[in-house]
Write a protein that binds this ligand. Structure first.
Ligand SMILES: Nc1ncnc2c1ncn2[C@@H]1O[C@H](COP(=O)(O)OP(=O)(O)OP(=O)(O)O)[C@@H](O)[C@H]1O
Ligand SMILES: [Mg+2]
Length: 375
């Protein structure tokens, strides 16, 4: 090694050494402060997530997760309202922060809110049921003064019950359309599954949304999932459903029958419903939606084939062959008949297409029956 390169090495060492010690020092300092803040996080007591029950001047009654209630102070000038979710400090339970509503959930993500566009003429059969719904839901929403003048109270809610596919959802949407009401749809079984621990709160939010968007109709599909009579409320899941159900009753009791919100429940399991739901002032009008009779099947067939290009189709013959079909199945026949025509490259649908569709769907329902009986 020559003298020259040795010198170079010394110079390099001299250059590097002081900077690296300096850097290392910096690094240690910053990791020390990082660890200090981390350590303080571990030392900090957790805040409790509570529900504000009642606001009294500058204090608030809160419910802690184990169910006990306390009257506590609010730190600073946090505006707490009944129903808010708040964070409280553990020792004194002082409210130190309020969670924004959207923090827990955004209600419109879980309910369907729409202005439907279904006309009464889209519903086949069910004339009596339509008249009753017009009288007890549509009229009070459109002309509450008639009821005020005469002094009678229309029901706050009605219950549509009957077999699947008979038009319950369709009717609820039709009355929302004719009453120019916002349609808020919840499926009770989903509400129960998704909202472990928050069901009761969601019910409250749904009603406040309904008031905000009034006139409105709250449609609760599969209401039996929420309101089945419970023999054993011991399991915690069951207790939660029970709480959600109680909140629903509280909300229904809390508004007047002429407020412009109506509730329509739907179920295929009328037999299991808790009688508390059906007491006067709640769902006190029960409307049965049966399977369509021959005349109704004809109307439903006509409704769903209205826009189809038909060629010599004998409606009477078809209708006589589909005894026991529900409305949804009658609609499916029209769609299937259309497919048979498409497969044969025709641009109109003939009687034979309908016959084949009936055959196909009857076969299918036989299979389903078989599966139900023999597993
Ligand atoms: N009476 C009817 N008139 C016209 N179409 C009907 C009728 N009943 C059912 N349909 C057709 O069947 C579809 C399904 O009906 P809908 O969803 O209203 O039944 P549902 O009674 O609510 O059934 P589920 O109990 O399964 O919820 C409707 O969108 C409609 O196209
Ligand atoms: Mg339905």
């Amino acid at each position: 090694m020559g003298i020259l390169s040795k010198k170079k090495e010394q110079v390099l060492e001299k250059d590097i050494a002081p900077t690296s010690i300096h850097e290392e020092n910096q690094l240690l300092k910053s990791s020390l402060s990082y660890l200090k803040t981390e350590l303080s996080k571990f030392k900090e007591l957790p805040l409790l997530v509570c529900e504000a029950r009642k606001v009294l001047d500058n204090k608030v009654m809160i419910k802690v997760p184990n169910g006990s209630q306390f009257l506590v102070n609010i730190s600073g000038n946090i505006k707490v309202e009944t129903g808010d979710t708040v964070l409280v400090e553990q020792r004194s339970l002082t409210v130190v922060q309020k969670l924004e509503k959207s923090r827990t959930f955004d209600i419109e993500d879980f309910v369907i809110v729409e202005k439907p566009n279904i006309n009464w003429s889209d519903v086949g059969g069910l004339e009596e049921q339509i008249n009753e719904i017009k009288e007890v839901v549509e009229l009070p929403l459109l002309k509450p003064e008639i009821f005020k003048n005469i002094g009678i109270e229309p029901p706050k809610g009605i219950l549509l019950y009957g077999p699947p596919g008979t038009g319950k959802t369709l009717l609820a949407k039709a009355v929302a359309t004719s009453a120019k009401a916002t349609f808020i749809e919840i499926v009770a079984s989903e509400l129960v599954q998704k909202f472990i621990g928050e069901g009761a709160k969601l019910v409250r939010e749904i009603f406040s949304l309904a008031r905000e968007k009034a006139p409105s109709i709250i449609f609760i599909d599969e209401i039996d999932a929420l309101a089945a009579e419970r023999l054993d409320a011991g399991v915690s899941g069951e207790r939660e459903v029970q709480r959600t159900f109680m909140q629903l009753l509280t909300e229904i009791d809390g508004f007047k029958s002429l407020d412009n919100v109506k509730i329509i429940g739907a179920t295929n399991r009328f037999d299991v419903l808790d009688p508390a739901l059906l007491r006067p002032g709640r769902f006190d009008r029960l409307i049965e939606i049966p399977l369509p009779d021959e005349k109704a099947r004809m109307q439903i067939l006509k409704i769903h084939s209205k826009r189809m290009k038909l060629n010599d189709v004998d409606y009477d013959e078809i209708v006589s062959k589909i005894e026991g079909f529900n409305g949804a199945e009658v609609r499916a026949i029209c769609t299937e008949a259309g497919y048979f025509a498409i497969r044969e490259n025709r641009n109109s649908i003939n009687h034979d297409d309908f016959s084949k569709a009936v055959e196909k769907l009857s076969g299918k329902s036989d299979d389903e029956e078989y599966a139900e009986i023999y597993g």
